[in-house]
Design a protein around this ligand. Structure first.
Ligand code: TMP
Length: 196
């Protein structure tokens, strides 16, 4: 299983993935936790540049895709080949939501680049943690470049994810504003039990 986790800033993805990894360990499911941008040596280096430097939107898009190509070949593909479940914090849908729906780069071009960088592999399941953007942004203690873009940008990102969710059967939308981290994890585990 290749499972991705998406959401706007501060939605609780990292906490969920940590809790879920503990649960999968208890259940004896071999898995790998990874993230984008990053997840391999070179991709982590690219991450530092993307998150810290100002740049042209196209440069940003190409760097995300470059990091993805590295990450997919060196980390994701080998783990899937070994039969591990891969839990990935963000993937191609983030590029569509942030660089496409929010920054305004043409979606068909992003879809093409996404396919190339990920060797046409789509996630089997994608959990979108849906949280009002104001709540998520208020949680950011050391805001990155994207968090500093503010509420209107984040609203476009969220709308983008919800548009994608309407079209993609693999999407599961979880409204997290009234749930604590354990409840979010429980919902995800309940869904994943179908695949165990
Ligand atoms: P993170 O804060 O979830 O680690 O993600 C880093 C930032 O990168 C986050 O603000 C979302 C952004 N991002 C994109 O804009 N496009 C992408 O393709 C990915 C993977 C992340």
């Amino acid at each position: 299983m290749f499972i991705t986790f998406e959401g706007t800033e501060g939605c609780g993805k990292s906490t969920l993935i940590r809790n879920l990894s503990t649960r999968l360990q208890t259940l004896g499911v071999p898995h790998l936790v990874t993230r984008e941008p990053g997840g391999s040596r070179t991709a982590e280096e690219i991450r530092k540049v993307i998150l810290n430097e100002e740049m042209d939107p196209l440069t940003e898009l190409f760097l995300y895709e470059a990091a993805r190509a590295e990450h997919f070949r060196n980390t994701i593909a080998p783990a899937l080949k070994q039969g591990k479940w891969v839990l990935c914090d963000r993937f191609t849908d983030s590029t569509l939501a942030y660089q496409g729906y929010a920054r305004g780069i043409a979606l068909p071009m992003i879809r093409t680049l996404n396919r190339i960088a990920s060797h046409r592999k789509s996630p089997d399941l994608t959990f979108f943690l849906d949280l009002p953007v104001e709540i998520g942004l208020a949680r950011a203690s050391d805001p990155n470049r994207f968090e500093r873009e503010g509420v209107e940008f984040q609203k476009k990102v969220r709308k983008g994810f919800l548009e994608i969710a309407k079209k993609e059967k693999r999407f599961r939308v979880i409204r997290v504003s009234k749930l604590d981290p354990d409840q979010v994890c429980e919902k995800v585990v309940r869904e994943l039990r179908k695949y165990l």
